[in-house]
Design a protein around this ligand. Structure first.
Ligand code: ADP
Ligand code: ADP
Length: 221
């Protein structure tokens, strides 16, 4: 198991957002984190990505505690936040080069070209991010999340706000990127889980109410 979460809780003031959740995620599988608005999905994704500290419990990625916030653990994780803070005035390549440098990667020019090809951004690579459609902006978001070849990919509502065609494209892209990684993606759409996930966790009001494979979930219905 490359991701282990044990009794993790998070409050915002008196608001309990995540209530003692535990789960594992395995390499080569896509785990859907399914729940309604306000269930605690984003809070969990932020804690896994080491952007937010749990109040209690522990989360580890490939044996590294996410609370350590070391460069080692950051290198293991690729994170696509729900509202990606993209730099709209930057050119696609300029932005990816900025991200590559922040990870202190070598051979950045080659890695940038490879990742542009991987996410299908060739036709847009010389444009400013602000000029791109939502679907292409999301490809830039995915490119920044995978440029350092992380072991674990955390995607917070990666298809929200996309039109039906873009949505299908981004789903199949995620499926193709996930083959050698542990992918955890949050969504409030059951069909998304059925379409691309191998396992599913259902979260409601901060608590896990189901943790199962997609096959057995479908078999129960
Ligand atoms: P989801 O991603 O499933 O919509 P969130 O993790 O964003 O859920 O939110 C879980 C709960 O925590 C919600 O009730 C939300 O309003 C609350 N919450 C999230 N972020 C904050 C914050 N920064 N301050 C206060 N409450 C928050
Ligand atoms: P998300 O589901 O990614 O948290 P939201 O649109 O719910 O996105 O929230 C946007 C921002 O506002 C986030 O930084 C979140 O932490 C914060 N936030 C969400 N709910 C609350 C809340 N009830 N009180 C204060 N801040 C909140």
């Amino acid at each position: 198991m490359s991701v282990k979460v044990r009794s993790v809780s998070k409050h915002y003031g008196k608001q309990k957002a995540v209530d003692s959740i535990s789960f594992d995620a395995a390499p080569g599988r896509i785990l859907g984190f399914l729940g309604p608005n306000g269930a605690g999905k984003s809070t969990t994704m932020k804690m896994l990505s080491s952007y937010l500290m749990p109040d209690s419990g522990s989360a580890s990625i490939c044996g590294y505690d996410t609370q350590g916030q070391s460069l080692e653990v950051k290198r293991l994780i690729g994170y696509l936040p729900e509202n990606t803070p993209l730099y709209l005035d930057m050119y696609v390549k300029e932005f990816l080069s900025f991200v590559a440098n922040s990870y202190q990667l070598s051979q950045t020019a080659k890695k940038i070209n490879d990742v542009i090809e991987q996410v299908g951004l060739q036709s847009e690579q010389h444009k400013k991010i602000g000029m791109l459609s939502k679907g292409y902006k999301q490809r830039v978001g995915l490119a920044q999340a995978i440029i350092h070849d992380p072991k674990v990919l955390i995607l917070d509502e990666p298809t929200s706000g996309l039109d039906p065609n873009q949505l299908l494209d981004i789903r199949s892209l995620i499926k193709s990127l996930g083959t050698d990684k542990t992918v955890i993606l949050s969504t409030h759409i059951m069909q998304e889980v059925e379409a691309i996930c191998d396992d599913v966790i259902i979260i409601n009001k901060g608590k896990i109410v189901a943790d199962t494979s997609i096959e057995s979930l479908i078999a129960q219905h």
